[in-house]
Design a protein around this ligand. Sequence first.
Ligand SMILES: *Cc1c(COP(=O)(O)O)cnc(C)c1O
Length: 384
Amino acid sequence: MSKVISGGAASVSVPVLAPAARLGDRLEEVDTPSLILDLDAFEDNLRTMQVLTERHGVALRPHAKAHRCPDIALRQIALGAQGICCQKVSEAACFVAAGIRDIHISNEIVGASKLAMLAKLAKQAQLTVCVDNPRALEQLSKALVQEESTMGVLIELDVGQKRCGVQSPQEALELAQAILHTPNVRFEGVQAYNGGIQHKRSHDQRLGASQKTATRIRRYLKVLSDSGIECRVVTGGGTGTAMFDVATQVYTEVQPGSYAFMDDDYGQLDWGDALEFRHSLFLLGTIMSTPTPHRAIVDLGLKSTTAESGPPRLVDHAGVKCVSIHDEHTMLVAEGGERPALGSLVRLVPSHCDPTFNLHDTVVALRGNKVDAIWPISARGLSR
Ligand SMILES: *Cc1c(COP(=O)(O)O)cnc(C)c1O
């Protein structure tokens, strides 16, 4: 195979690599670096969360920012998820294009061109979006009126994360009353997501933090209902607290995302014996160099995964640790075990799944040892 690549004045035909994976390939035939998904573990994770939410009568709306992959979202919905969450308007458009019709944008959208796009998109799917400011609400309404479309809005409450959201029940009440008097927007309820407590290591710390968050939400809901404003939707929760949030009876839906993959950071939480999630997402690499008896270098780095939650973790090789990660290299050191051999394939668990997906064009889905599907991560890079 060859391809003409234009480089200014000169155009030269150069060889191109075969695809990294083909349907039916065995794992050993997949080229590296690749992002791979163990379908059995992935589907078990989807079912575990679905069963948990159904048992408590709470809807599941998985956060698609975790994967940005329409094929994955469609499987979540096929198993019973209500719809999905997105964070960005361009990301949401990608999922609408793939046929998903119920999307909550769990974020504030500000700026004329984005609002114009959102207003158009609202004609093609059932969309909701967060607001936390009356001026932003006005801008959204203006865009919707211009486009002759309508959409549901949720007031975002800051319930402890100190990110976006109104700061008091009084502020929420004033904004809710404004929404009721603003054209082309429909008041749907509130979003109360507390991201900061999702990664607390201990089971009991997360339980306590989830209950404290629920108490704050109840205070907001009471002020609204005392003024005759009922919330059809109370949405929030993430992978770390969903198991506790569903039991509070405060939420109508939860929005975890990473549960489907269990990155290494979430894997280090104390889950008690309540929930069983497994790692389903891995980076596949090749040992490209073994310069000393104790050191081995993997052919992937920060272009394939991110390290804000630490380097990825090597599996299948006891006593060999991943010690650092660079642009195109990951360094392994054999501390007790045997170093993997030159040319061998290794699997690493990414430390943070969301930005890792965003670095790949496709995810290679494996059933056992066989490539069962290759899914495009269609919304990768769509950050506007
Ligand atoms: C990221 C995010 C989630 C999901 O978080 P996970 O930790 O991946 O479960 C849910 N809601 C909002 C608003 C988020 O930003």
